[in-house]
Design a binder for this molecule. Structure first.
Ligand code: PBG
Length: 330
């Protein structure tokens, strides 16, 4: 970097921090609800609202009530949502059959929301964990200890097609199988869904921060003591991030997701520096839950720390953030 910085006493950096107006004038990062994507959990039935104890202020809603919630989110400036279905245990199996049922819960939810709130962007997760008895993101080998890649991809492609038919705007494969983006793009194009986008979770670490989410979708008891390390990324590594992003972009991803957020800001900035592509980061369930419980214990002011956290994500290079808070004031 060119040395353009003076030294004291000619230079006094505090001059630019002296008053609010000057701080505002030169602030590099701004956040607003337009940058945020709000996840919602959908359940069967009507007039159903279930509290998610591990995720403060978040609920599982039946489709009718969810529509009202989506309208409320839109009214405070949220322009896009991400949908996760909570599947009845009776419908879970070893193959993900319900994921490719055209009339499944997520398809009905996408269709109904698109109809009731057409201007909201609908993103949906592509992965089989809500549908599988063991809670993994793909189908297992006979020994039940390894997720099969190519077999899983075939189901993910069909799952994607069904959500496209229901009217989804963007599909977000979060399963971490190799080669799934290309296959999903191919099946979408073959059926003329050329405008349905793919935002891939190109970088998803095998993090310990997904617990409250697994509670929310009732997969925690399915996954039990198992982990997802044979497909999600090893958080000791960052060399493989470039390869993951390059592969997904070459296969047809329109944008990427990096997940989790706060412990991975180095990863976000490395990708931003090396690829000029839109980046979303996912501030995951335990990141939110940790802040909530620290606030409950009186240790932090939630709104202020949350804002600082969102700013940090954007400053590191994220263009948008998926998170669980509904902030009215932004
Ligand atoms: C599953 C999926 C997970 C999350 C989003 N999609 C959980 C997992 O990988 O086990 C986690 C999100 C969060 O913790 O908020 N494909």
């Amino acid at each position: 970097m060119i040395d353009i910085f003076g030294s004291f006493p000619n230079s006094r950096p505090r001059r630019l921090r002296r008053s609010k107006w000057v701080r505002e004038l030169f602030s590099e990062v701004a956040i607003s609800n337009k940058d945020f994507i709000k996840p919602f959990f959908v359940i069967e039935g009507s007039k159903q609202k279930q509290k998610i104890t591990s995720l403060d202020d978040n609920y599982r809603f039946s489709i009718d009530l969810l529509i009202e919630e989506v309208k409320k989110a839109r009214d405070v400036g949220i322009q896009s949502i991400m949908l996760f279905p909570v599947i009845d245990h009776k419908l879970k199996d070893h193959f993900g059959k319900e994921a490719i049922n055209e009339d499944n819960l997520i398809s009905r939810a996408i269709f109904a929301i698109k109809k009731a709130v057409p201007d909201i962007g609908i993103l949906a997760d592509v992965a089989l964990d809500p549908y599988l008895i063991h809670g993994h993101d793909g189908i297992l080998n006979e020994a039940q200890n390894y997720v099969l890649n190519d077999e899983t991809n075939q189901i993910l492609s069909k799952q994607s097609l069904i959500m496209a038919q229901a009217g989804v705007d963007m599909l977000c494969p979060s399963d971490m199988m190799d080669g799934r983006i290309g296959q999903i793009r191919k099946i979408l194009d073959k059926h003329n869904f050329i405008d349905v986008g793919i935002i891939s979770y190109a970088i998803k670490y095998a993090s310990n921060l997904y617990g409250p989410f697994r509670d929310a979708v009732n997969s925690a008891q399915n996954i039990k003591n198992s982990d997802k390390k044979n497909y999600q990324m090893d958080y000791r590594n960052s060399n493989d991030i470039f390869k993951e992003v390059k592969m997904d972009i070459e296969e047809g991803a329109d944008a990427i997701i990096i997940k989790p957020a706060t412990f991975y800001l180095d990863i976000i900035s490395k990708i931003k520096e090396n690829f000029k592509i839109p980046i979303i980061t996912y501030h995951v369930s335990a990141e939110y839950a940790m802040l909530k419980s620290a606030a409950k214990d009186g240790l932090i002011d939630f709104d202020k720390v949350f804002e600082e956290n969102m700013i940090a994500c954007k400053r590191s290079g994220a263009d948008a953030i998926i998170h669980y808070s509904l902030i009215n004031s932004l």
